[in-house]
Design a protein around this ligand. Structure first.
Ligand code: PQ2
Ligand code: NAD
Length: 270
């Protein structure tokens, strides 16, 4: 069996985390950027220092309850539950209550009881890559993430941000959902993404976007980067004085060496 990989939207949803150890702190890291309201339930004497820090720094997003899990009432209003406990029986009980209440649940210590797994993540602006081994080898997911990270240029997130802005402008210029307009929009956007390099997309600015739409979209074609006023930055050779200074020092050292050699030869003749 494999699993469904989706980008779950959690903005303004209620996520309950039961436990406050190291794994709980990683769950907070994963949930915070989604814009969800987090409730964290764990006695303060078991709080990991990072979890404590996250609670203090993000008091607008995290409501902390300094107590142990007390039963099904703790789950009321939760849209998602994550357990990160050192008590497998309690973890399993919480999973069972969630299943009855139809609340999606992840238990860090019982893969079989999870509705979904976390994965190793690469994030760069709007780009989100999740590596999952479907429960087989979490450390392998982490190693593969590091390999993938090296293969990325670092421009992807910025390029996607620019494409997102252009898509939003195009939707204003050619509104509508479905039908012929949708088909034309999708074809034009896909052709542009295929035709332009990542570097060119990163350099898109407001004026170029307007021109792309005026010249390209309106005439149903993909203009080149240069055609819409794109300019590549001049290659940076650094400070021109640096090579000059290096040349001067090298020249001076060579002259000094030759002078010394000349003197030695002169001496040896007499
Ligand atoms: C990817 C990542 C995401 C995250 O947690 O955010 C993640 N685990 C990570 C690290 C990690 N976890 C563990 C080790 C020690 C080495 C090792 O065991 O390999 C390391 C390595 C480390 O710490 O470096 C121990 C471990 N993990 C699970 C159990 C319970 C069990 O298997 O029974 C045990 C105790 C096993 C035991 O007692 O022996 C279970 C799960 N861990 C998952 C996700 C889900 C499957 C994901 C997948 O298969 O891809 C799943 C099923 C449930 C879930 O957590 O959702 C994150 C890497 C983030 C990153 O660095 O990028
Ligand atoms: N999924 C993963 O990636 C992964 C990785 C490592 C470990 N684990 C497993 O996850 C579990 C948690 O790991 P950890 O390192 O965070 O453990 P931990 O011991 O650091 O934290 C456990 C937390 O649970 C709290 N707790 C205990 N009983 C409670 C209760 N009744 N109500 C509320 N809170 C309670 C403790 O106070 C503590 O904050 C362990 O079982 C571990 O084997 C999972």
């Amino acid at each position: 069996m494999s699993s469904l990989l989706i980008a779950w939207q959690l903005k303004d949803k209620n996520v309950l985390i039961v436990g406050g150890g190291e794994v709980a702190s990683q769950r907070v890291d994963s949930i915070l950027p989604t814009g969800a309201h987090i409730a964290l339930l764990a006695p303060s004497d078991g709080l990991n220092p990072r979890t404590r820090c996250l609670i203090d720094e993000h008091s607008d997003s995290i409501t902390y309850y300094d107590r142990r899990f007390s039963g099904p009432d703790d789950l009321i209003g939760a849209d998602m539950v994550l357990t990160a406990l050192d008590d497998v029986d309690l973890s399993r009980d919480i999973c069972n209550i969630c299943r009855t209440a139809k609340i999606p649940v992840n238990a860090a210590d019982i893969p079989d009881a999870c509705d979904f797994y976390f994965g190793s993540q690469i994030r760069d602006g709007p780009l989100q890559i999740m590596i999952s081994t479907n429960g087989n080898g979490p450390k392998m997911a982490n190693i593969i993430k590091e390999r993938l990270q090296k293969a990325l240029s670092g421009l992807e997130g910025q390029a996607i941000t620019k494409v997102g802005a252009l898509r939003a402008l195009l939707k204003i210029r050619a509104p509508g959902v479905g039908g012929a307009v949708s088909k034309r929009r999708m074809k034009w956007m896909s052709s542009l993404c295929n035709a332009w390099t990542l570097e060119e997309l990163v350099l898109l600015d407001d004026a170029m976007m307007q021109k792309l739409l005026d010249v390209g979209w309106e005439n149903d074609r993909i203009p080149t980067f240069e055609e819409v006023g794109g300019r590549r930055p001049e290659p940076d050779y650094g400070n021109p004085l640096v090579p000059q200074a290096i040349g001067f020092i090298a020249g001076a050292l060579l002259a000094f060496y030759l002078l010394k050699l000349g003197r030695r030869k002169w001496r040896s003749l007499f």
